[in-house]
Ligand binder design. Sequence first.
Ligand SMILES: [Zn+2]
Length: 429
Amino acid sequence: MPEFTLISSNSNTILYLNTHNESGIRLISELFTGNPDSTTIPSKLTASTEFKGRLHLLDIMGEFSYKPKQFFNLIPDNQFFLFLPDHIDDIITIEQYRKELSRINGTSIKHSDWDDIMVSLSHHYEVRMFNGNSRQKIGVFEKNKRICRFCGKSLPYVSFSQKAHAISESLGNKGLICLEECDECNKHFNETIEQDICNLLHFQLMLKGVKGKKGNPTILGDGISMKNDTSSRSSTGRDTIVINVKELPDSHDLQKTIKSLSKKYSFVLEKYTPQNIYKCLCKYVLSLIDSRYLSFFKDTIKWINEPLTKRRLPPVWYYSIPTGDVPTLTIMIRKHNHKEIPYCWAILSVAGDQFLFIVPFCSLDKYKFTGKNRVKYFSDGLSYFMPYIKLKPIRLSGVTPKNIKIDFNLKIPPECVEGRDFYILQQGF
Ligand SMILES: [Zn+2]
């Protein structure tokens, strides 16, 4: 199936076009050259008024025409954009094309620390970033050609009728779907390892207003419940945290009410098993990478599927930087054969929390990255790539369920105004 990548210098999005048939190819030729019979399309194209006038040709795609039209309409008139064969998803390659485009368009591109990190990373790794907001289906489209990535079975021994989210839906992923995960494996992961990561992040997800399958989560504590009502976001630009307490003093004295509310509350959340979190992180990577890499991760898949067993695993590095409420997974795949560094590692970013982890048991790795020196070598490298980020190593190899207790101090500072910053509502029972 011919596939093309379109890159513009002004937008952060990339457009992918693919076509299954002759008429699709003719449509693409006519759109970009004005002639449906044209057999070559130059890679450097101009967003001329003439070109934009032909965008109505896309109407034939129905609701799917919205995205490409928006992409082209956002390119300022007469600027260049690129039309490239194949599906290009390596973000470093894309960044290089974008820089080149900015140069020929005479526009400037914002330079950030991220660029520096990318340049030094690019010597060693291909980097792909997956965003939970972008609609992307990973794997073979035809059901009868699919092989489940996790159990190796295909039709008719397993079915593929459920939507398998490549990153759990409860973490806020709406768009990334793995086509190559059978219904059995999907159900199994939903009920096991994915629960652990959701339990671990339950409180942060609630605070960020991340909506999962069942809407906004509510956290229940001792005599208190908390929920993020995001409906105020569109009008006021901020969320509303709704806190329900069982007992409020029967008083019209605001200060007295505030004083009685201001105390420590505790939330005891559902337990999580550390190693299940590590397995789940790796499962996300294996759901998203191109299938050509899967054969190197046979032992990783075996480990994900095995019952909980004590294992020596590399540490996972945790850090916290403010992010949006959409989960992203950035996957690094080693370009060269120097086995001092791991073949594959990744960063899951969710609700302001970042987990950086090595995908273990890869057949292209010489080391396990569990010994002190190997771990230090890798983490020194990370500090070089990310000099401003404080990485905290955590151990996620444990097999005993752990409790999560969150102590929460409710305080309403004196500068907060009732009716503007907070409301107190008495509810009859
Ligand atoms: Zn399966």
